[in-house]
Design a protein around this ligand. Sequence first.
Ligand code: 1GP
Length: 243
Amino acid sequence: MGRIEDILRMKCKEHTLCFILLDSEMLELVKAVEMAKDAEELGVDAILVGGSSAIDQIELSNIIQAIKSKISIPVILFPGNVTGISPYADAILFSSLLNSENPYYISQAQALGALAIEKYKLESIPMAYLIIGDGSTAWFVGQARGIPFDKPKIAVMYALAAKYMGMRALYLEAGSGASRSVDPKMVSYVRNSFEGLLIVGGGIKNGNIARELSKAGANAIVIGTAFEENGSKVLRDILSALK
Ligand code: 1GP
């Protein structure tokens, strides 16, 4: 286990972590740096950079370098494809989209990206990525057979498979900008089967939702759209619900 994963594991024993997702494709560099600085000041634990449709690796690297010169919390890659790899990040969520119907997103993109990760000596955090529901960009691009929101036992099947394959993190994803978040019931079912870092994201809009997911056993929640659209106010609300 690498240094960043170690830090996250230690910190999540104290409180549910909050990660901000910055989509390098959607944000201007100046705006991304501003958001990362605000997030750090408010107490966010790490910045994720990536997204399902991120294809501009030069822009990705520029944003990461600019952010890293201004903040000290970890900057972690959250790639949707091989184009989501940059040497300047602190670590990468090395994800397999377990419920994809296309083997490319389960193991082929991973094999294609692995040499770059080796070359850059990026810390890799092995993670099962599960898409819940349908209609999101991640669902569409990743050709996922979305797990229905009200079928927690299906998520448990995948969580157990992830555990037996040795994955140390699991991300339950409702999709960026989703109208609803993952159900806390699904989070608590998965929590009972998976001891690793449990990350939940998509559609988390306020402190109440964050609190419910935290109580259900999430180790970290990911906020993208709510922070992009509503800025610091909503983030303050979410962070105070988690601590
Ligand atoms: C997407 O889970 C993240 O991968 C964040 O989702 O934009 O809905 O916060 P939101």
